[in-house]
Design a protein around this ligand. Sequence first.
Ligand SMILES: Nc1ncnc2c1ncn2[C@@H]1O[C@H](COP(=O)(O)OP(=O)(O)OP(=O)(O)O)[C@@H](O)[C@H]1O
Length: 294
Amino acid sequence: MNKRSYLFIVNPASGKGKPLDRLKIIKETMEKEGCMYRIQLTEGVGHAKKLAEEAKEDVIVAVGGDGTINEIANGVKNGNKIIGLLPSGTGNDFVRSLNIPSDPQEALEIILNGKTREINLGIVQDMYFVNVASVGLDAHIADKVTSIKKYITGTKAYIVALIKGLITYKTIQLKLSVDGKLVDINTMLIAFCNGGSYGGGMKIAPMADFNDDLLDICIVSKMKKLKLFILFPSIFKGNHIRYKEVEALRGKEMVLYTNEKVKINIDGEIIEAIENKDGIFIGVSDRKIKLLVR
Ligand SMILES: Nc1ncnc2c1ncn2[C@@H]1O[C@H](COP(=O)(O)OP(=O)(O)OP(=O)(O)O)[C@@H](O)[C@H]1O
């Protein structure tokens, strides 16, 4: 018998309500295994983080998308806790990179009997991220995704938001320090990647590694909108790296300096960066999280 205790944090707002369809199979599987478990539904933004912070269980299972996993990773401060993943979001980029199956029964099998894997966490100012943090066009698009996702699901939601975002977007002038080396950029987009894909399957950093203590950085410099329309679909295959306007770097400690108000996309949720004369810090945290994987 499995001796671990489990808390399932279920976000009913993820993936157009998909998490609620998982309740039956969670209950049946956990009863059959004779495991100690509890299910808690989230009631709004920040609730998954609070539930994870207060949890006494050994394993906290995220039943939602990347936003829910992000909140749980931010809430779980005790290094002994393990995070399980039951994919139920819209994009599910993070779980896909970790090879977690979307079939709930298979994912539950990993939650019960999988291996524990420790991975790096990224950090923006004082907020952790599991997958990707970015500024520029995609934060602008992610803002649009949030509203569009209410009406359209899956990759289609991202594509519609992408087209709307591409039409209305303006570039940002900024300085970026990568491990002490400063570059001046007029940028469409900068993505800081712990995982390799985001936005519903865009392979923004195909070589990213969750365990290398580095973030893969993808910088897309200013270009004509028409060219951007051609370049963007190539991100789904990871072929954007070939364009001269795209630069790939790696770093541990980055700082963004800009006079503009910057929105940051952190695992699909948008925050306004806190203005700070010392810049906006983005890097790899000393803290890691433990996940259940295949
Ligand atoms: N009861 C609720 N009502 C509304 N929003 C909620 C509720 N509980 C949590 N949330 C918020 O829902 C948001 C979206 O969650 P999440 O990212 O997990 O799903 P998703 O957007 O469908 O998936 P993905 O990020 O993989 O595309 C998060 O910002 C979370 O804080």
